[in-house]
Ligand binder design. Sequence first.
Ligand code: B16
Ligand code: MG
Length: 220
Amino acid sequence: MTPPATTAVIFDLDGVLVDTAQSHLAAWRRIASELGFTFGDRVGESLKGVARETALDLILTAGGVTLSPEDAAAAASRKNGYYTDQLRHLDQASLLPGALASLRWLRENGVPVALGSASRNARTILNSTGIADLFDAVVDGNVVRRAKPDPTVFLVAAEKLGIAPEHCLVLEDAIAGVEAGIRAGCRVVGVGEPDVLTAAEFVVPDLSALDWPTLIGRPE
Ligand code: B16
Ligand code: MG
């Protein structure tokens, strides 16, 4: 059976378009250190793509620490402060390889494009990197609170574009995000390591490795 044609693209943000995944990780490591523990790379990987409060739960579990709801809220807020401090340095040069060229190719070729991010800081990042105008729809952590691996963020993005999920291609750097895209019924291409993003259709190191005319099914 021929697979459904891809006619729209939904990008994850952190770790796909912008190298903010490292800033998230550094901010969480600082919170862990304040609470008197460290966590390893596997826990660090699991923080990608999930909501801020879920990420806090994951590091607290790793450190064997329990916080009251008030202290947990304060820790999540402190982490966001450390993270947004880093965002002040963002500009177009912070975009990952192939990000701007991909968005421009899709725009020039009339392909609908959405953002599907768990982040509540997504608008700030789109504005400071100068790519906000290259999206037809933006679905972030302020629009959808049910975070990846729940498929809602991608289902809402597809709906806003007016394209059926099976015709949408999702680009994701997180295990939770790949699962969310698959559960939404989209094609999912991983950005990162093939041995981490094992459920993706295929994995590229960054967006510059993608051949858009082939993926969208249009000859150059
Ligand atoms: P914030 P994405 C996700 O963004 C990050 O990967 C994840 O590490 C973070 O916890 C989440 O956003 C929430 O971000 O604290 O800024 O609201 O990868 O879905 O674009
Ligand atoms: Mg991501």
